[in-house]
Design a protein around this ligand. Structure first.
Ligand SMILES: O=C1O[C@H](COP(=O)(O)O)[C@@H](O)[C@H](O)[C@H]1O
Length: 256
């Protein structure tokens, strides 16, 4: 079922996570084809967590064979400051579940420098994005000056956090930095880097992928008549000029 909040804010509700994953694959493949044709590149920002599982249909037929993977440039909306092959690494999660199954050129996969501290890794990642803007791989929002990624694939935690932007944390209000760091994440591991909301909201397309009854409350707060006084981070996902599409399964939408 599709509910339009506006032409740029679409809510798709699916009977199952399986059906959600089928639709998410087509949505992503269609955007890949569009941007590859338009600008010979497709910049995709991934989350960790359950999102990678929901991308599983992309590494199956027909998409695994039809997508021009050579045009993809992959980034992370957030990353834990741990070694790349640590069980908590979002890179490792994406590698095992996705990157190892598709022929994206390794030079087009931008993991953090895991030898650096959280603060230095954030600065290093921001420098990497600026370099790719200079090389015209990443676009820039003319209105905000922030990097404009073609697709931001966001998950959401059961507390309504997105990326590593947690409820009540000052980083949620960061308006200048592109990449910030946190050393006291309420969800382990404690040290992470994260894109900030100005970067998230500069995206051309944002997919907010939420499945499972454990997330029904923040979905209700964000999309229902949520009475909660404090604004959750997920409610701050609002593209400046791009399009936001919620991919919800029935369980996550059960309190709407
Ligand atoms: O810690 C994180 O949590 C969020 C949500 O994960 P999920 O498994 O509840 O979907 C994830 O999007 C983020 O990338 C990750 O670092």
């Amino acid at each position: 079922m599709t509910v339009f909040k506006s032409i740029r804010h679409i809510i798709d509700e699916f009977d199952s996570e399986e059906a959600l994953s089928v639709s998410l694959a087509k949505y992503t493949a269609d955007l890949s084809e569009k941007f590859a044709k338009q600008k010979d590149s497709f910049t995709v920002v991934m989350s960790g967590g359950s999102l990678i599982k929901s991308l599983r249909k992309l590494v199956e037929a027909p998409y695994v064979d039809s997508i021009d993977w050579s045009k993809w440039h992959v980034f992370w909306v957030d990353e834990r400051v741990v070694p790349k092959y640590h069980p908590d690494s979002n890179y490792l999660l994406a590698y095992d579940g996705f990157l190892s199954k598709v022929p994206i050129p390794s030079g087009n996969v931008y993991a953090i420098n895991d030898a650096l501290s959280a603060e230095a890794a954030a600065d290093d990642y921001e420098t990497c994005v600026k370099h790719l803007i200079h090389n015209k791989i990443i676009s820039v929002s003319e209105s905000s000056g922030f990097p404009k990624f073609d697709l931001m694939l966001l998950g959401m935690g059961p507390d309504g956090h997105v990326a590593s932007l947690f409820p009540g944390h000052p980083l949620v209000q960061e308006k200048k930095k592109w990449v910030a760091f946190i050393k006291e994440s309420p969800k382990p591991p404690p040290e992470r880097i994260t894109f900030t909301f100005p970067v998230i909201n500069a995206s051309e397309n944002i997919a907010l992928v939420v499945a499972g009854a454990g997330k029904a409350h923040p979905v209700h707060v964000a999309l229902g008549n949520g009475e909660d006084s404090d604004v959750l981070p997920v409610q701050m996902v609002s593209p400046d000029e791009g399009k936001l599409t919620w991919f919800l399964d029935k369980d996550a939408a059960s309190k709407l």
